[in-house]
Design a protein around this ligand. Sequence first.
Ligand code: ADP
Ligand code: MG
Length: 287
Amino acid sequence: MRSPRRKPVTAIEPGLPLIPLKLTKSAAFSNLVEVVVPQRTPEQLVLSPHNIRTFLGLMEEFRGADLLRRHGLTIRSKLLFCGPPGCGKTLTAEVFAHELGLPLIVARLDAIISSFLGETATNIRKVFETAADQPCVLFLDEFDALARARADGSEHNELRRVVNSLLMLIDRFKGKGFLVAATNLEESLDAAIWRRFDEVVVFDLPSQREIRRLFELKLKNFPAPFSLAEKAARLKGMSFADVERICDNAIKRSILKRSRSLLEAEFDSSIREGLRRKDIRARLPQR
Ligand SMILES: Nc1ncnc2c1ncn2[C@@H]1O[C@H](COP(=O)(O)OP(=O)(O)O)[C@@H](O)[C@H]1O
Ligand SMILES: [Mg+2]
């Protein structure tokens, strides 16, 4: 076993060598989990200064785990990621795993909970067993499916039991890595659920500064020969994923016009499309 590095973490460092994942029998139910070898790195991620500090702190604790345990202290290892879609919850889970040198096990709760009821409890248990077997980041995506299941669970006693047993598994989670749950609907999670997490990390819509930072990342190899500050102002209220789509569309169209740099007209029309898309989405009922 690799011993954790003791060096204090001063900045997001290049990822540690990845611990190979043992594929145990319990991992053979792979439609419920996806084992991801994390590829994406901090250079591809824009985080708020507050969240950067949170993650550096968590990494430092993880790397100094032996030392802290010798002092009888527990390591923060259960995290709840909240915030609107497209703001980096999934991406951050991957980057975090990459930085820790851990594999990422992604379990989608909506798939698990809506499968045949008799099997659901067994599936959940297997997911947790896999995560207990080896150091990893266990990522419970679509965690709001849980809150939904509890809300309409009245007709389904079994479903309610399943949800409660999942909560118990979370309580007892003593994995060698992290448990990360992600939800877009934090307001629908009740206090009983919140209480189970050591840290709640909020992924908000990007600030102007963060939009400009994302422009820099996305346009790194395809520079814009015009000012982007004023463009960022027009994207207020969009998610990172929306801004990324606008950049990608503008780049593609500029390339198809045989341009070697970003065309302002294409960027503007991609923004208009992005705004239209946002309007349509705002008219749809929110789930
Ligand atoms: N904070 C961010 N920094 C850089 N890219 C982002 C960020 N948030 C989202 N993206 C881009 O949008 C895509 C979708 O984001 P994702 O992490 O799946 O959002 P969420 O899980 O919050 O719904 C990512 O794969 C990435 O390309
Ligand atoms: Mg996600």
